[in-house]
Design a protein around this ligand. Structure first.
Ligand code: NAD
Ligand code: FE2
Length: 399
């Protein structure tokens, strides 16, 4: 990257870092069961809600109990269940229309990151009818309070239940981008591990590696705080302890509970300290090919960390030691290398491939352009890369 652009990126990131204590970050109020939702609705004087989920989750009967509980409490509920993985602008608009038709007063996001992000973006469009989703792209463009938003994560990965982001895909342009605003942080999050016990093995694996990517990218970036470092360390400790068990034995209560907490902690870490190029590249792949987000991150993470090399060694070594992943007394370079080896071993042991199929050489320039746009100057990555350098990541990960 040219020196002047590097200086611009670093000054931009330093300014945001300096402003961190002044920004209106908040955390959702935590609940532990969907049984508590009618009480929240009563508190907010809400008697009509929209539930946003996806067809797979609904057909498995996962929302049944909540729908019944709402009905028994006299709360009318309409369900938007057409959310797709990598949710689209079209999903958001449909959900918004349903909300308005039904005269709903609150939104319950029930599902993985896709359902939660669709719900957040629909909430933004409801309060900003004259601003399109593409006009909300980037930082602090929503700037208006959403209807009451309650998030119920059913995967242990994205942390969207606590973050200020909603990642939406423009399916016509094959372009996926985050909308970041404080108003998108849900007011309530229900962390109930029972909702995650039916997660299939490969989704447990890839969503768990997404949470790991959040923790690692937040930790090695240049905008951490004492709190976000502690949260990232806790997330990695829990993932080290529980992800493989949750993968092997989905009914294991401690492992599912641990992973739900890990995803939440990693979300708290990255909502303040950002992610990095792993995410920027993963989003471009999701927009272009619909590559599942967790899968893209899992495959990219060890590759990008090796590309950062000595730029992230020291912090990675500290993370490895403080989270208990590496407990041998070694230097930073060896410790960081062992940590990356551990990530690779986790991927291998859970059947995650080392490369991604389907990447077309002719798409790489455009995807790198999108990743550059997302990552620079916002993400305080250990080593800045321009479009050309980012292209190398796609070649490294291409099957
Ligand atoms: N807003 C944020 O802060 C943030 C952070 C990271 C990722 N994301 C976004 O989140 C999306 C990915 O979310 P995800 O990884 O949670 O996957 P997802 O929401 O796309 O769900 C993946 C699949 O898992 C199924 N599923 C979900 N819960 C289940 C359960 N309990 N049992 C059985 N099946 C279940 C769904 O039906 C779906 O088929 C991406 O679009 C990504 O960009 C957002
Ligand atoms: Fe992610």
């Amino acid at each position: 990257m040219f020196v002047l652009r590097k200086i611009y990126c670093r000054v931009f990131q330093k300014a945001f870092r300096a402003a961190l204590p002044l920004l209106p970050y908040r955390k959702p109020k935590l609940l532990h069961s969907v049984r508590e939702i009618p009480g929240v609705c009563r508190k907010w004087d809400v008697d009509s809600v929209m539930l946003v989920t996806d067809a797979g989750i609904r057909s498995m009967g996962l929302t049944e109990f909540l729908e019944k509980t709402l009905e028994e409490n006299g709360i009318s509920c309409c369900v938007y269940d057409r959310t797709v993985a990598n949710p689209t602008i079209w999903n958001v608009e449909e959900a918004r229309e349903l909300y308005l038709e039904h005269g709903a007063q609150a939104i319950i996001a029930f599902g993985g990151g896709s359902s939660m992000d669709c719900a957040k973006a629909a909430g933004a469009r409801i309060v900003k009818p004259n601003q399109s989703i593409s006009q909300m792209k980037g930082l602090l463009k929503v700037h208006k309070r959403l209807p009451l938003l309650i998030a119920v994560p059913t995967t242990a990965g994205t942390g969207s239940e606590t973050t200020l982001a909603a990642v939406i895909t423009d399916s016509e342009r094959h372009y996926k981008y985050p909308i970041n605003d404080f108003s998108l942080i849900p007011l309530y999050a229900v962390l109930d591990y029972h909702e995650t016990t039916g997660l299939p093995k490969h989704i447990t694996a890839t969503t768990g590696m997404d949470a790991l990517t959040h923790a690692v990218e937040a930790y090695i970036g240049g905008s951490t705080t004492k709190e976000t470092r502690a949260m990232a360390e806790e997330a990695v400790r829990l993932i080290h302890q529980y992800l493989k068990t949750a993968y092997d034995d989905g009914q294991n209560k401690a492992a599912r509970k641990g992973m739900l907490k890990a995803a939440y902690c990693a979300g708290v870490a990255f909502t303040k300290s950002y992610v990095g190029y792993v995410h920027a590249v993963a989003h471009s792949l999701g927009g272009q090919y619909g590559t599942p987000h967790g899968l893209a991150n899992a495959v990219l993470l060890p590759i990008v960390l090796r590309m950062y090399g000595s730029y992230c060694e020291k912090k990675l070594a500290r993370l490895a030691r403080n989270s208990g992943v590496v407990d041998e007394a070694l230097g930073d370079a060896e410790t960081a290398a062992l940590f990356i080896d551990w990530i690779q071993e986790m991927n291998d042991s859970m059947g995650i491939p080392r490369r991604l199929a389907g990447i077309e050489q002719s798409d790489i320039r455009t995807m790198a352009k999108h990743a550059d746009k997302e990552g620079n100057p916002l993400y305080p990555v250990p080593k800045l890369m321009n479009r050309k350098e980012l292209e190398e990541i796609y070649y490294a990960v291409k099957e």
